[in-house]
Write a protein that binds this ligand. Sequence first.
Ligand code: SF4
Length: 433
Amino acid sequence: MTKQSREDVHTSVACTRCGCVCDDLRVTVRDNLIHDFSPGCELAAPWFQSFGQLPLSAAAEIRSTPTNTEVAVQHTAELLTRARSPLFFGLSRSSTDGQRAVCELADELGATIDTTASLGHGPSIMAFQAAGECTSTLGEVRHRSDLVIYWGSDPVTSHPRHLERIVNAAGLAVPRGRSGRRLIVVDSARTATAETADQFIRIDRGKDFEVLWALRLLIQGKDLQEPLIGGVPVEVLKGLCEQMKASHYGALFFGVQLAEGATGHASVEALLRMGTELNAFTRFVVRRMRVPGDVTGADSVLCWQTGYPFSVSLSRGYPRYNPGEYSAESMLARGEADCLVLVGGERVSRFSAKAQQRLAEIPVILLDPAGVDWPFAVDVRFNTAVYGIHRRATAYRMDEVPIPLRQILKSDLPSDDEILRAVLRIVQKTPRR
Ligand code: SF4
Protein backbone atom coordinates (compact mmCIF):
# COMPACT_ATOMS: atom_id res chain seq x y z
CA MET A 1 0.00 0.00 0.00
CA THR A 2 1.50 3.39 -0.96
CA LYS A 3 1.20 6.31 1.39
CA GLN A 4 -0.82 9.25 -0.01
CA SER A 5 1.08 12.55 0.11
CA ARG A 6 -0.88 15.40 1.71
CA GLU A 7 -0.98 18.80 0.02
CA ASP A 8 -2.22 22.05 1.56
CA VAL A 9 -2.41 25.42 -0.16
CA HIS A 10 -2.07 28.49 2.09
CA THR A 11 -3.11 31.89 0.77
CA SER A 12 -2.31 35.41 2.01
CA VAL A 13 0.96 34.18 3.52
CA ALA A 14 3.43 36.89 4.58
CA CYS A 15 7.15 36.78 3.79
CA THR A 16 9.63 38.39 6.20
CA ARG A 17 12.72 38.05 4.06
CA CYS A 18 12.82 41.82 3.48
CA GLY A 19 11.11 44.90 4.89
CA CYS A 20 8.29 44.76 2.29
CA VAL A 21 6.69 41.88 4.28
CA CYS A 22 4.52 41.00 1.26
CA ASP A 23 1.38 39.29 2.58
CA ASP A 24 -0.15 38.05 -0.65
CA LEU A 25 1.80 34.82 -1.17
CA ARG A 26 0.24 31.50 -2.06
CA VAL A 27 2.31 28.63 -0.62
CA THR A 28 1.86 24.97 -1.45
CA VAL A 29 2.89 22.57 1.32
CA ARG A 30 3.34 18.88 0.64
CA ASP A 31 4.13 16.43 3.46
CA ASN A 32 5.10 19.30 5.78
CA LEU A 33 7.59 20.71 3.25
CA ILE A 34 7.22 23.90 1.21
CA HIS A 35 6.75 22.69 -2.34
CA ASP A 36 6.04 25.92 -4.18
CA PHE A 37 5.11 29.56 -3.71
CA SER A 38 3.86 32.41 -5.87
CA PRO A 39 4.17 35.15 -7.01
CA GLY A 40 7.86 34.58 -7.61
CA CYS A 41 10.54 36.63 -5.85
CA GLU A 42 14.27 36.11 -6.29
CA LEU A 43 14.95 37.00 -2.67
CA ALA A 44 12.14 34.97 -1.13
CA ALA A 45 12.86 31.77 -3.10
CA PRO A 46 16.11 30.75 -1.30
CA TRP A 47 14.58 31.87 2.02
CA PHE A 48 11.54 29.61 1.68
CA GLN A 49 13.78 26.86 0.33
CA SER A 50 16.15 26.93 3.33
CA PHE A 51 13.58 27.36 6.12
CA GLY A 52 10.86 25.34 4.41
CA GLN A 53 12.94 22.18 4.70
CA LEU A 54 14.74 22.46 8.02
CA PRO A 55 17.48 19.87 8.54
CA LEU A 56 16.95 17.46 11.42
CA SER A 57 18.78 19.11 14.30
CA ALA A 58 18.78 18.95 18.05
CA ALA A 59 16.86 21.87 19.52
CA ALA A 60 19.98 22.95 21.42
CA GLU A 61 23.74 22.46 21.67
CA ILE A 62 26.18 23.29 24.45
CA ARG A 63 29.68 23.81 23.05
CA SER A 64 28.61 21.99 19.87
CA THR A 65 27.32 18.95 21.79
CA PRO A 66 23.61 18.26 21.19
CA THR A 67 21.49 18.48 24.31
CA ASN A 68 17.86 18.98 25.20
CA THR A 69 16.26 22.40 25.51
CA GLU A 70 15.75 22.24 29.31
CA VAL A 71 19.47 21.67 29.98
CA ALA A 72 20.46 24.45 27.59
CA VAL A 73 17.92 26.83 29.14
CA GLN A 74 19.26 26.10 32.64
CA HIS A 75 22.85 26.65 31.46
CA THR A 76 21.86 29.93 29.76
CA ALA A 77 20.16 31.18 32.93
CA GLU A 78 23.32 30.37 34.94
CA LEU A 79 25.56 32.24 32.46
CA LEU A 80 23.28 35.26 32.50
CA THR A 81 22.87 35.48 36.27
CA ARG A 82 26.67 35.28 36.70
CA ALA A 83 27.25 38.12 34.22
CA ARG A 84 27.66 41.70 35.45
CA SER A 85 26.98 43.36 32.09
CA PRO A 86 24.90 41.10 29.83
CA LEU A 87 24.09 42.30 26.32
CA PHE A 88 21.25 41.29 23.95
CA PHE A 89 21.75 41.95 20.24
CA GLY A 90 19.92 41.23 16.99
CA LEU A 91 16.10 40.93 17.15
CA SER A 92 15.41 41.57 13.46
CA ARG A 93 15.01 37.85 12.67
CA SER A 94 12.57 37.58 15.57
CA SER A 95 9.01 38.86 15.86
CA THR A 96 6.90 40.87 18.32
CA ASP A 97 6.65 38.04 20.88
CA GLY A 98 10.40 37.31 20.85
CA GLN A 99 11.27 41.02 21.00
CA ARG A 100 8.96 41.50 24.00
CA ALA A 101 10.55 38.51 25.72
CA VAL A 102 14.00 40.08 25.19
CA CYS A 103 12.80 43.29 26.88
CA GLU A 104 11.40 41.41 29.88
CA LEU A 105 14.50 39.26 30.37
CA ALA A 106 16.86 42.20 29.89
CA ASP A 107 14.82 44.24 32.37
CA GLU A 108 15.04 41.45 34.95
CA LEU A 109 18.82 41.16 34.45
CA GLY A 110 19.61 44.88 34.16
CA ALA A 111 21.07 44.20 30.73
CA THR A 112 21.61 46.28 27.59
CA ILE A 113 19.58 45.74 24.39
CA ASP A 114 20.76 46.70 20.93
CA THR A 115 19.30 45.80 17.55
CA THR A 116 20.66 45.44 14.03
CA ALA A 117 19.39 49.00 13.40
CA SER A 118 22.50 50.29 15.16
CA LEU A 119 24.55 48.85 12.26
CA GLY A 120 22.09 50.12 9.64
CA HIS A 121 19.39 52.78 9.90
CA GLY A 122 20.36 53.90 13.44
CA PRO A 123 21.51 57.34 12.17
CA SER A 124 18.16 57.69 10.34
CA ILE A 125 16.30 57.05 13.59
CA MET A 126 18.39 59.73 15.29
CA ALA A 127 17.53 62.10 12.41
CA PHE A 128 13.78 61.41 12.91
CA GLN A 129 14.19 62.28 16.58
CA ALA A 130 15.74 65.63 15.56
CA ALA A 131 13.58 66.57 12.57
CA GLY A 132 10.36 64.50 12.70
CA GLU A 133 9.01 62.93 9.53
CA CYS A 134 6.14 63.26 7.05
CA THR A 135 5.04 59.70 6.76
CA SER A 136 2.41 57.40 5.26
CA THR A 137 1.60 53.75 4.72
CA LEU A 138 2.78 51.97 1.57
CA GLY A 139 -0.90 51.61 0.64
CA GLU A 140 -1.32 55.39 0.62
CA VAL A 141 1.71 55.75 -1.67
CA ARG A 142 0.28 53.13 -4.01
CA HIS A 143 -3.14 54.75 -4.16
CA ARG A 144 -2.15 58.42 -4.34
CA SER A 145 1.41 59.03 -5.54
CA ASP A 146 2.10 60.40 -9.02
CA LEU A 147 5.82 60.85 -8.28
CA VAL A 148 8.09 58.23 -6.66
CA ILE A 149 11.79 58.84 -6.00
CA TYR A 150 14.28 56.19 -4.85
CA TRP A 151 17.32 57.85 -3.27
CA GLY A 152 20.34 55.58 -2.65
CA SER A 153 18.17 52.51 -2.98
CA ASP A 154 17.94 49.80 -5.62
CA PRO A 155 14.72 47.92 -4.84
CA VAL A 156 14.90 45.77 -7.98
CA THR A 157 17.72 43.88 -6.20
CA SER A 158 17.09 44.60 -2.50
CA HIS A 159 13.23 44.55 -2.36
CA PRO A 160 12.25 42.77 -5.58
CA ARG A 161 8.46 43.30 -5.31
CA HIS A 162 8.46 46.90 -4.05
CA LEU A 163 7.95 48.33 -7.54
CA GLU A 164 5.39 45.68 -8.47
CA ARG A 165 3.27 46.33 -5.38
CA ILE A 166 3.68 50.10 -4.98
CA VAL A 167 4.85 51.79 -8.19
CA ASN A 168 3.54 49.57 -11.00
CA ALA A 169 0.24 48.74 -9.30
CA ALA A 170 -2.91 50.71 -10.07
CA GLY A 171 -4.15 52.92 -7.24
CA LEU A 172 -7.41 54.76 -6.54
CA ALA A 173 -6.02 58.10 -7.71
CA VAL A 174 -3.59 56.47 -10.16
CA PRO A 175 -5.71 53.96 -12.11
CA ARG A 176 -3.06 53.55 -14.84
CA GLY A 177 -0.44 52.36 -12.34
CA ARG A 178 3.13 52.81 -13.55
CA SER A 179 2.19 54.85 -16.62
CA GLY A 180 0.38 57.31 -14.35
CA ARG A 181 3.45 57.91 -12.19
CA ARG A 182 6.86 59.42 -12.73
CA LEU A 183 9.75 57.38 -11.35
CA ILE A 184 13.10 59.04 -10.56
CA VAL A 185 16.23 57.35 -9.18
CA VAL A 186 18.99 59.35 -7.45
CA ASP A 187 22.15 57.34 -6.82
CA SER A 188 25.91 57.36 -7.19
CA ALA A 189 25.81 54.50 -9.74
CA ARG A 190 23.35 53.38 -12.41
CA THR A 191 21.41 50.57 -10.76
CA ALA A 192 18.92 48.01 -12.02
CA THR A 193 16.11 50.27 -10.73
CA ALA A 194 17.62 53.24 -12.59
CA GLU A 195 17.19 51.24 -15.81
CA THR A 196 13.42 51.17 -15.27
CA ALA A 197 13.12 54.83 -14.19
CA ASP A 198 11.94 57.85 -16.19
CA GLN A 199 14.95 59.82 -14.97
CA PHE A 200 18.26 58.88 -13.36
CA ILE A 201 20.26 61.52 -11.52
CA ARG A 202 23.82 60.52 -10.72
CA ILE A 203 25.43 62.24 -7.75
CA ASP A 204 29.01 61.91 -6.53
CA ARG A 205 29.34 59.23 -3.85
CA GLY A 206 29.10 60.72 -0.37
CA LYS A 207 27.75 64.08 -1.62
CA ASP A 208 24.10 63.55 -0.62
CA PHE A 209 24.33 66.19 2.12
CA GLU A 210 25.45 68.93 -0.30
CA VAL A 211 22.87 67.99 -2.94
CA LEU A 212 20.03 67.86 -0.39
CA TRP A 213 20.89 71.26 1.04
CA ALA A 214 21.03 72.69 -2.49
CA LEU A 215 17.56 71.26 -3.15
CA ARG A 216 16.26 72.78 0.11
CA LEU A 217 17.52 76.21 -0.99
CA LEU A 218 15.90 75.83 -4.43
CA ILE A 219 12.59 74.80 -2.81
CA GLN A 220 12.76 77.98 -0.72
CA GLY A 221 13.20 80.00 -3.93
CA LYS A 222 16.86 80.88 -3.36
CA ASP A 223 19.39 80.99 -6.19
CA LEU A 224 22.62 78.97 -6.36
CA GLN A 225 25.90 80.40 -7.62
CA GLU A 226 27.69 77.07 -8.24
CA PRO A 227 27.03 75.45 -11.65
CA LEU A 228 27.65 71.93 -10.30
CA ILE A 229 26.79 70.52 -6.83
CA GLY A 230 27.79 67.00 -5.80
CA GLY A 231 28.48 66.24 -9.46
CA VAL A 232 24.94 67.31 -10.52
CA PRO A 233 24.36 70.35 -12.77
CA VAL A 234 22.22 72.93 -10.94
CA GLU A 235 19.79 72.95 -13.89
CA VAL A 236 19.08 69.25 -13.22
CA LEU A 237 18.48 70.00 -9.51
CA LYS A 238 16.12 72.83 -10.47
CA GLY A 239 14.22 70.38 -12.69
CA LEU A 240 13.96 67.87 -9.83
CA CYS A 241 12.79 70.59 -7.47
CA GLU A 242 10.05 71.70 -9.91
CA GLN A 243 8.86 68.11 -10.40
CA MET A 244 8.60 67.56 -6.63
CA LYS A 245 6.70 70.83 -6.10
CA ALA A 246 4.37 70.18 -9.05
CA SER A 247 3.45 66.61 -8.05
CA HIS A 248 0.01 65.93 -6.54
CA TYR A 249 1.51 63.40 -4.13
CA GLY A 250 5.23 62.69 -3.99
CA ALA A 251 6.92 59.83 -2.14
CA LEU A 252 10.66 59.49 -1.59
CA PHE A 253 12.14 56.17 -0.42
CA PHE A 254 15.74 56.25 0.78
CA GLY A 255 18.18 53.40 1.38
CA VAL A 256 20.55 52.70 4.23
CA GLN A 257 23.42 53.98 2.08
CA LEU A 258 22.28 57.54 2.86
CA ALA A 259 22.70 56.90 6.59
CA GLU A 260 26.25 55.52 6.26
CA GLY A 261 29.39 57.45 7.14
CA ALA A 262 30.20 59.89 9.90
CA THR A 263 27.56 62.44 8.75
CA GLY A 264 24.83 59.95 7.76
CA HIS A 265 22.39 61.33 10.36
CA ALA A 266 22.91 64.88 8.98
CA SER A 267 22.17 63.73 5.40
CA VAL A 268 18.97 61.97 6.52
CA GLU A 269 17.97 65.01 8.57
CA ALA A 270 18.41 67.23 5.48
CA LEU A 271 16.22 64.82 3.49
CA LEU A 272 13.51 64.77 6.17
CA ARG A 273 13.48 68.55 6.44
CA MET A 274 13.25 68.81 2.64
CA GLY A 275 10.23 66.46 2.71
CA THR A 276 8.54 68.60 5.36
CA GLU A 277 9.23 71.82 3.42
CA LEU A 278 7.70 70.33 0.26
CA ASN A 279 4.41 70.01 2.13
CA ALA A 280 4.02 73.78 1.70
CA PHE A 281 3.42 73.01 -2.01
CA THR A 282 2.02 69.46 -2.16
CA ARG A 283 1.60 66.27 -0.13
CA PHE A 284 5.07 64.73 0.14
CA VAL A 285 6.24 61.78 2.26
CA VAL A 286 9.66 60.29 3.02
CA ARG A 287 10.12 56.62 3.95
CA ARG A 288 13.03 54.33 4.75
CA MET A 289 13.73 51.11 2.83
CA ARG A 290 14.31 48.57 5.62
CA VAL A 291 16.20 45.47 4.50
CA PRO A 292 16.12 42.59 7.00
CA GLY A 293 12.73 41.15 7.95
CA ASP A 294 11.45 42.56 11.22
CA VAL A 295 13.96 45.27 12.08
CA THR A 296 11.04 47.73 12.04
CA GLY A 297 9.31 45.54 14.62
CA ALA A 298 12.42 45.58 16.79
CA ASP A 299 12.36 49.43 16.75
CA SER A 300 8.63 49.49 17.50
CA VAL A 301 8.63 46.91 20.30
CA LEU A 302 11.65 48.48 22.01
CA CYS A 303 9.95 51.89 21.74
CA TRP A 304 6.72 50.76 23.40
CA GLN A 305 8.52 48.63 25.96
CA THR A 306 11.41 50.93 26.95
CA GLY A 307 10.66 54.28 25.28
CA TYR A 308 13.68 54.03 22.96
CA PRO A 309 14.28 52.23 19.63
CA PHE A 310 17.78 50.70 20.05
CA SER A 311 20.95 50.95 22.19
CA VAL A 312 19.03 50.89 25.48
CA SER A 313 20.67 50.14 28.84
CA LEU A 314 18.51 48.83 31.69
CA SER A 315 21.46 48.45 34.06
CA ARG A 316 20.16 51.09 36.53
CA GLY A 317 16.66 49.66 36.65
CA TYR A 318 15.26 52.25 34.22
CA PRO A 319 15.90 52.71 30.48
CA ARG A 320 18.75 54.91 29.28
CA TYR A 321 19.33 55.56 25.56
CA ASN A 322 22.69 56.47 24.11
CA PRO A 323 23.77 55.19 20.68
CA GLY A 324 27.53 54.71 20.77
CA GLU A 325 27.75 54.20 24.53
CA TYR A 326 25.15 51.39 24.57
CA SER A 327 25.63 50.10 21.02
CA ALA A 328 26.63 46.44 20.87
CA GLU A 329 29.62 47.22 18.65
CA SER A 330 31.11 49.69 21.15
CA MET A 331 30.24 47.68 24.26
CA LEU A 332 32.01 44.64 22.79
CA ALA A 333 34.97 46.60 21.43
CA ARG A 334 35.49 48.30 24.82
CA GLY A 335 35.27 44.93 26.60
CA GLU A 336 32.28 46.04 28.69
CA ALA A 337 29.80 43.29 27.80
CA ASP A 338 30.63 40.05 29.62
CA CYS A 339 27.88 37.81 28.21
CA LEU A 340 26.21 38.13 24.81
CA VAL A 341 22.80 36.80 23.76
CA LEU A 342 22.35 36.91 20.00
CA VAL A 343 18.67 36.80 19.11
CA GLY A 344 19.46 36.06 15.47
CA GLY A 345 23.09 36.12 14.41
CA GLU A 346 22.69 38.31 11.33
CA ARG A 347 24.91 41.36 10.94
CA VAL A 348 27.48 40.15 13.51
CA SER A 349 29.94 39.89 10.62
CA ARG A 350 29.65 43.70 10.39
CA PHE A 351 31.16 44.17 13.85
CA SER A 352 34.72 45.53 13.89
CA ALA A 353 37.60 43.07 14.35
CA LYS A 354 37.97 44.22 17.96
CA ALA A 355 34.30 43.60 18.74
CA GLN A 356 34.42 40.20 17.04
CA GLN A 357 37.53 39.33 19.07
CA ARG A 358 35.51 39.90 22.25
CA LEU A 359 33.11 37.13 21.17
CA ALA A 360 35.91 34.61 21.78
CA GLU A 361 36.46 35.92 25.35
CA ILE A 362 32.92 35.89 26.77
CA PRO A 363 30.02 33.41 26.88
CA VAL A 364 27.89 33.71 23.74
CA ILE A 365 24.35 32.34 23.48
CA LEU A 366 22.88 32.13 19.99
CA LEU A 367 19.20 31.73 19.11
CA ASP A 368 18.86 31.20 15.37
CA PRO A 369 16.91 28.95 13.01
CA ALA A 370 18.39 25.51 12.41
CA GLY A 371 20.59 25.38 9.35
CA VAL A 372 21.80 28.99 9.58
CA ASP A 373 25.60 28.91 9.38
CA TRP A 374 27.45 30.54 12.22
CA PRO A 375 31.19 31.28 11.93
CA PHE A 376 32.04 31.69 15.66
CA ALA A 377 32.24 29.23 18.55
CA VAL A 378 29.30 29.69 20.94
CA ASP A 379 28.62 28.32 24.42
CA VAL A 380 24.96 27.63 23.78
CA ARG A 381 23.10 27.42 20.51
CA PHE A 382 19.31 27.09 20.29
CA ASN A 383 17.91 25.98 16.95
CA THR A 384 14.67 27.89 16.77
CA ALA A 385 11.46 27.71 14.80
CA VAL A 386 10.98 30.37 12.12
CA TYR A 387 8.18 32.90 12.65
CA GLY A 388 5.80 32.95 9.72
CA ILE A 389 6.72 29.39 8.75
CA HIS A 390 6.61 27.32 11.95
CA ARG A 391 4.87 29.80 14.27
CA ARG A 392 2.11 32.38 14.13
CA ALA A 393 3.44 35.82 14.97
CA THR A 394 3.46 39.49 14.00
CA ALA A 395 6.07 41.37 11.97
CA TYR A 396 6.20 45.08 11.15
CA ARG A 397 6.42 46.18 7.54
CA MET A 398 8.86 48.99 6.63
CA ASP A 399 5.99 51.51 7.04
CA GLU A 400 5.39 50.34 10.65
CA VAL A 401 2.20 48.47 9.78
CA PRO A 402 2.00 45.21 11.78
CA ILE A 403 1.36 42.18 9.57
CA PRO A 404 0.11 38.85 10.95
CA LEU A 405 2.36 35.87 10.18
CA ARG A 406 0.86 32.40 9.74
CA GLN A 407 2.09 28.95 10.64
CA ILE A 408 2.33 26.85 7.48
CA LEU A 409 4.62 23.98 8.66
CA LYS A 410 4.67 21.95 11.85
CA SER A 411 7.89 21.94 13.87
CA ASP A 412 8.90 20.66 17.30
CA LEU A 413 11.62 23.30 17.54
CA PRO A 414 10.95 26.02 20.15
CA SER A 415 10.59 29.68 19.20
CA ASP A 416 13.01 32.25 20.62
CA ASP A 417 10.08 33.65 22.64
CA GLU A 418 9.53 30.26 24.33
CA ILE A 419 13.25 29.86 25.13
CA LEU A 420 13.68 33.39 26.50
CA ARG A 421 10.59 33.09 28.71
CA ALA A 422 11.83 29.74 30.07
CA VAL A 423 15.17 31.41 30.91
CA LEU A 424 13.27 34.32 32.51
CA ARG A 425 11.35 31.97 34.82
CA ILE A 426 14.63 30.50 36.13
CA VAL A 427 16.32 33.90 36.44
CA GLN A 428 13.37 35.25 38.46
CA LYS A 429 13.81 32.43 40.99
CA THR A 430 17.61 32.77 41.21
CA PRO A 431 19.00 34.92 44.06
CA ARG A 432 21.54 37.44 42.75
CA ARG A 433 24.11 39.77 44.21
S1 SF4 B 1 9.85 41.52 -1.86
FE1 SF4 B 1 10.69 40.93 0.13
S2 SF4 B 1 8.94 40.45 1.44
FE2 SF4 B 1 8.20 40.51 -0.71
S3 SF4 B 1 8.28 38.35 -1.36
FE3 SF4 B 1 10.23 39.31 -1.96
S4 SF4 B 1 11.65 38.95 -0.25
FE4 SF4 B 1 9.57 38.53 0.49
